[in-house]
Design a binder for this molecule. Structure first.
Ligand SMILES: [Zn+2]
Length: 427
């Protein structure tokens, strides 16, 4: 459905005779884009680095064509406020003379310290809402008589297991959400007017106000469902981003998720034979996404603040530790909305709202498939200390396996960056 809306935008642009004529195009719940924030990045990056990040990480396959013109000394970026209006970004002449932009986060420290994570602030972001919101956010299922599998509760448990271990290693740790439920102050009903607009944009004229239970086959065509999506998917993530960027200001965010295949019916879930692992860094915008003024701005902010190199560097040891602990194979994207960020195949670049809006480096974790039978059995076994026989094998609690692997990966990462010898060998 999102694809359909983008198509609609493109058609609108064409009907007015080109990209620039269309008035500023914004994502839902966005009122304006403050392009002047990019002034802080004037002459901070060379043309070569800008082009490398654009082509290999953020806008592969020429996705920014017609929107960002890269010249010898500057990039001209369409802002869509007016057909002739561009934001002009001046490049640094060379790396040596590049000015320094100020970010609220710091890259991994190189100075030795007593504990590997001393001086590092980490925000743990347990994905989704959980609790009574699990069914609404379509992150809840179970066979009759079983414990509900709710991603939002599982991610919170992993975050709570990780936090004290990271603190013991010297980090300052904050949870973006510390209980079940939203942190956005808005209620679903607040989004009904915007939801009606969304349905009109989708070309659905004859829509109903409310749907009739989670199994209603046409719930996607109701104001209620659209409003709920704006609530838990858009407003909630925007509020988390506001908290991360203006209050917590961490050096790194770890987004905790569990993956799944479509399970169809929440009371009679379909199981998948697949069980795998992948980790996401930010990138891989499509041409359609870049036509949104706010997404183009968000991309440039991430590109220019250089969070990519740090988030990829931190992702690799975390991925390595998760591989070792879970023994899961890599997940493979075949949908074109992600590109490999590393040759081993476990780390991909993808444009998600959370890893787009969190301005600091963000490691986004997607291990396990919750509706794989073995994973499901492990979730049913709950959290416990030590090992137990689950699905025919002695295993640790899935939550502890996950949490401990991420802690081990981060410990390894910061231990390495602080080593003088390793430091010289690094890029
Ligand atoms: Zn998730």
């Amino acid at each position: 459905m999102a694809r359909f809306r983008c198509l609609l935008v493109v058609i609108l642009c064409w009907s007015f005779g080109g990209v620039g004529v269309q008035a500023q195009r914004l994502s839902p719940l966005i009122k304006r884009v403050d392009w002047l924030r990019l002034e802080a990045f004037q002459e901070t990056m060379t043309r070569e680095e800008f082009q490398r990040l654009l082509d290999t990480v953020y806008a592969p396959g020429g996705a920014a064509e017609g929107l960002i013109e890269v010249g010898e000394t500057e990039a001209r970026i369409r802002t869509m406020l007016h057909p002739e209006e561009f934001f002009v970004l001046r490049f640094a002449k060379d790396a040596a003379s590049a000015k320094k932009a100020k970010n609220y986060w710091q890259p991994a420290p190189k100075r030795a310290a007593k504990k590997p994570l001393t001086g590092i602030t980490i925000a743990l972001d347990p994905g989704h809402l959980g609790g009574q919101w699990g069914l609404m956010e379509e992150r809840s299922f179970a066979r009759p008589g079983d414990k509900p599998v709710q991603e939002g509760d599982m991610t919170l448990l992993v975050a709570k297991l990780m936090a004290p271990k990271l603190r013991a290693l010297g980090a300052e740790v904050q949870l973006v959400r510390s209980k079940a439920g939203p942190i956005t102050p808005f209620e679903v009903e607040a989004f009904y007017p915007e939801a009606r607009k969304e349905l009109e944009l989708l070309g659905i004229a004859d829509f109903r106000e409310r749907y009739d239970g989670a199994r209603d086959p046409k719930k996607g065509e109701t104001v209620q469902w659209q409003a709920e999506k704006l609530f838990y998917r858009v407003a909630e993530i925007r509020e988390r981003a506001r908290r991360v960027n203006t209050k917590l200001k961490p050096d790194l965010v770890v987004c905790i998720h569990f993956n799944a295949d479509a399970w169809e019916d929440h009371e009679a879930p379909v199981f998948t034979p697949r069980n795998d692992l992948h980790v996401l860094v930010h990138g891989c915008y499509s041409a359609a996404e870049l036509r949104f003024d706010d997404q183009r701005f968000d991309m440039l902010l991430k590109l220019l603040n250089r969070s990519h190199d740090e988030e990829l560097a931190a992702s690799l040891p975390v991925t390595e530790a998760l591989k070792k602990a879970t023994e899961l194979p890599p997940f493979e994207y075949t949908t074109g909305n992600a590109i490999r960020a590393h040759e081993e195949g476990f780390v991909w670049a993808r444009n998600l709202l959370a890893n787009r809006l969190y301005e600091c480096p963000t490691v986004f974790l997607e291990p396990y498939r919750m509706n794989n039978e073995e994973t499901y059995a492990r979730i049913q076994a709950g959290d416990y200390v030590g090992e137990r026989e689950v699905a025919g094998k002695k295993r640790r609690s899935i939550y502890r396996e996950y949490a401990d692997a991420v802690v081990a990966g981060l410990r390894e990462y910061y231990r390495e960056t602080r080593k003088p010898a390793a430091k010289d060998g690094k890029k």
